[in-house]
Design a protein around this ligand. Structure first.
Ligand SMILES: [Zn+2]
Length: 203
């Protein structure tokens, strides 16, 4: 099933949903009409800092929500007035809409910290495994202007915790692969070894 809305720049924003039939869908002023997830209320001052100035007149203090669902093409919505902002209607790069490991993915908009800097600490230097460590080593999450600088109007602590968790799983998986490879190698050596060859080994 496909849902769509038309954005402020007159573009059709689509989202294919996995449900085949039309079911009773959640409705509400805070529900994103594409992904049907609950949005987060945003202030006018937040939106004004991220949408192109030509749309400033459309923004009100009330009625706008931010959709943080990754594949959803809507960034800000006002269901009451049917106003929808897609990615192209903003001059900011919205980290929430980019997958982890996307090139130049911003994380901390106050201190200008990219995700690659945080991943380097987590995966290359391996010196951090908590939000406190990331704060200390990268300055991320130390700003106080999230309501203006972050397109969601919220702090970057939650996304950083997601990145920490993602990196921890990646590290564990990599360790497991090394161990499996090492074990498989020993088994292969024992299986293919000629028992005679062990007899001549002098200790
Ligand atoms: Zn959405």
């Amino acid at each position: 099933m496909k849902r769509n809305v038309v954005s402020v720049s007159n573009q059709r924003l689509d989202l294919e949903s996995e449900e085949e039939e039309e079911k009773e869908e959640p409705r509400g002023l805070d529900i994103c009409p594409l992904c049907l997830n609950k949005g987060k209320r945003v202030f006018k001052k937040t939106m004004s800092n991220h949408v192109w100035p030509k749309y400033w007149k459309l923004i009100d203090e009330q009625g706008f929500f931010f959709c943080e669902t990754r594949p959803c093409l809507i960034v800000y919505f006002n269901n009451d007035k049917s106003i929808y902002f897609g990615l192209n209607d903003l001059h900011s790069v919205v980290m929430h809409k980019l997958a982890i490991e996307s090139l130049f993915r911003p994380v901390c908009y106050c201190m200008s910290v990219l995700e690659e800097t945080i991943l380097e600490e987590l995966l290359v230097k391996q010196c951090c495994d908590s939000l406190e460590d990331i704060k200390a080593y990268t300055s991320a999450n130390k700003g106080k202007s999230c309501v203006i600088t972050n397109p969601s109007g919220r702090c970057c602590g939650k996304p950083i915790k997601e990145i920490i968790e993602w990196a921890r799983e990646k590290r564990e998986k990599a360790d497991e692969e090394v161990l499996q490879e090492a074990e498989a190698c020993c088994v292969a050596i024992l299986e293919h070894a000629d028992p005679e060859s062990f007899r001549n080994i002098s200790l």
